[in-house]
Design a protein around this ligand. Structure first.
Ligand code: HEM
Ligand SMILES: [Cu+2]
Length: 537
């Protein structure tokens, strides 16, 4: 048994390391915005830190965690990882790429922020490093698909295990999304940063960035949903409410998560309002599978409470295992998603978007969604995975138990303050909220509260990293617990229409072409001037 999950564990290890480093930067940024002094505080360092924090958190931490989770699930649910050597090569390619990107950021050569919009120009090794990270993830996707195909040949009449269904949906979304990024980075940014072409078109680059950037959100969220649907009800002691509905939800995300990118470009000129409206309609359509998820997962938890004897309307909530670090993390992650979802609906409405666009509201929003819903689920999942992967008992269980609550509490202060400060007009990505020495500032106190929240978040991140490290090096050796998954109330017994991945991928490609084909032609027909690079520091 020993060493069985080394591949998955290596990925989770890199994810936790990137998360730990980026958390320090997060704290310093929150202090800086609140105008609280600390050694080495400076404008240029702020933007270096912001770029490193965004890239390490949103790209490195998430991608490595998701790859590790995928391998662990493939081994447990399909009984194989087909192409282990390719998987190890992919791991090292992705590590090399992440280190390359990180080094050029920390040397101050790639202060382009996490969105890397031109005309901000990075060092070529930043773009090449990011590409290698993506190439590693592409190989990961191929290994996962090969494992599924090999399993399928031996299990022709069976439905694909539900967790693998969700991971395959994630991989399809990832391939569709990164196709846009590949065009931007390989076709535009790398040649431009190498000096092979002199000018680049910012609008075209942004359009390809958001072709990638929105489905990226579902690349993060779907693995979290996999855990909500297939592990959470089990840990809570209940059943999965509906297996079939879950499969439909994953497929709806495959169809709807890509043709929506213009909702990030409402403020961009050069894209007609009709196409912005079209992407708004698909954006609101994605709300439907999200609501189905909320319904199914909550129903599964109610089943858990009732199986433990709860009778009243709400007292099943008290019967749930709130002291279990996995359960608490995921339950709090789901509560955060209610607020993240409301905020998202506001961002996606054209008129209200213009009120919050590029304000501190945005960092308030994505720290609840990505920074809590996804991150807290991944942290909880790490507590669940470690004993199973390493055959070691979780060290410092008391600390693990309070850590998710600490994160949630810190985030309430951090995110609520930035939401309100944004509505009052504080821009995002500012070194200090004391803009041009204005006083009194309507958001001064709010940024201080956010800094307190940031400090609590940092302590929670530290607690998480300590528990992981302590378990890894000195957790008591035990027989690794089994990976147990939720049993559905009514199981699916044969591969149905929702298991036809080829069909749904084809349909998703058609939707993508419909959403982007004509607007891209329109953009290419514009008179093109292009922009030379802009280097602020
Ligand atoms: C210790 C916890 C954390 C703290 C204190 C923190 C704090 C911050 C602050 C203050 C900013 C700057 C916002 C601005 O000036 O526009 C920021 C940006 C950001 N954070 Fe965090 N954060 C934390 C955790 C996370 C996590 C877990 C994620 C995602 C997994 C994340 C992703 C991002 C991203 C993508 C940006 C935007 C970078 C950019 O504007 O280019 N953060 N964070
Ligand atoms: Cu989006």
């Amino acid at each position: 048994m020993k060493g069985r999950h080394t591949l998955a564990a290596a990925h989770i290890g890199v994810a936790v390391a990137a998360f730990g480093v980026a958390s320090v930067m997060g704290l310093l940024q929150a202090l800086s915005i609140a105008d609280i002094q600390f050694p080495f505080r400076s404008e240029s360092l702020y933007y270096v830190s912001l770029t490193a924090h965004g890239v390490l958190m949103a790209l490195v931490f998430t991608t490595f965690f998701i790859m590790g989770l995928g391998y662990a699930l493939s081994l447990e649910c399909l009984g194989r990882i087909s192409g282990r050597s390719a998987a190890w090569i992919a791991f090292w390619v992705a590590v090399l790429g992440s280190v390359m990107a990180a080094v050029t950021i920390l040397r101050g050569q790639s202060t382009v922020l996490y969105t890397f919009y031109p005309p901000l120009r990075a060092h070529p090794l930043f773009y090449i490093g990011a590409t290698l990270l993506i190439v590693g993830s592409w190989i990961w996707g191929a290994v996962m698909i090969a494992s599924y195909r090999s399993w399928r040949r031996e299990h022709a009449g069976e439905p694909v295990p539900l967790s693998i269904h969700g991971m395959l949906a994630t991989i399809i979304i990832w391939y569709l999304a990164t196709a846009g990024l590949a065009v931007e980075v390989l076709g535009m940014l790398i040649p431009w940063s190498l000096g092979i072409v002199g000018k680049v078109d910012p609008l075209l680059a942004r359009t390809f960035f958001w072709w990638f950037g929105h489905p990226l959100v579902y690349f993060w969220l779907l693995p979290a949903y996999v855990l909500w649907y297939t592990v959470l009800p089990r840990v809570a002691g209940g059943r999965l409410f509906s297996d079939k509905l879950t499969r439909m939800v994953f497929i709806l995300f495959v169809l709807l998560s890509t043709p929506v990118g213009f909702h990030h470009q409402f403020a961009d000129p050069g894209i007609s309002s009709g196409w912005k409206l079209a992407h708004t309609v698909t954006t609101y359509a994605v709300v439907y599978p999200s609501l189905l998820t909320a319904f199914t997962v909550l129903a599964s938890l109610e089943v858990a409470g009732r199986m433990k004897g709860a009778k009243g309307l709400f007292n099943w909530i008290g019967r749930l295992p709130w002291g279990d670090p996995f359960f608490a993390s995921v339950a709090l992650a789901m509560i955060a998603f209610v607020f993240g979802g409301f905020g998202g609906a506001i961002n996606a409405a054209y008129a209200m978007n213009s009120m919050v666009h590029n304000t501190a509201w945005i960092q308030g929003h994505f720290h609840v969604t990505l920074g809590t819903t996804v991150t807290l689920t991944f942290m909880g999942a790490t507590y669940w995975l470690l004993p199973r992967m390493l055959g070691r008992e979780l060290r410092l269980p008391g600390l693990a138990r309070i850590q998710p609550y600490l994160w949630f509490g810190g985030m309430v202060l951090f995110s609520t303050s930035y939401h309100i400060a944004g509505l009052l007009g504080l821009p995002r990505r500012v070194f200090t909220a004391a803009l041009a020495g204005q006083s009194p500032l309507p958001w001064g106190a709010l940024t201080k509260v956010a800094a307190v929240g940031g400090a609590i978040l940092f302590l929670s991140a530290l607690a998480f990293v300590i528990v992981v490290l302590a378990t890894w090096v000195s957790g008591k050796k035990i027989q690794a617990p089994a990976f147990e998954f939720a049993v559905p109330l009514r199981p699916v017994t044969a591969p149905g229409v929702w298991d036809r991945f080829g069909l749904w991928t084809a349909l998703a490609v058609v939707l993508l072409a419909a959403a982007y084909g004509y607007p891209l032609i329109q953009l290419l027909l514009h008179p093109r001037y292009g922009s030379p690079p802009f280097q602020p520091f």
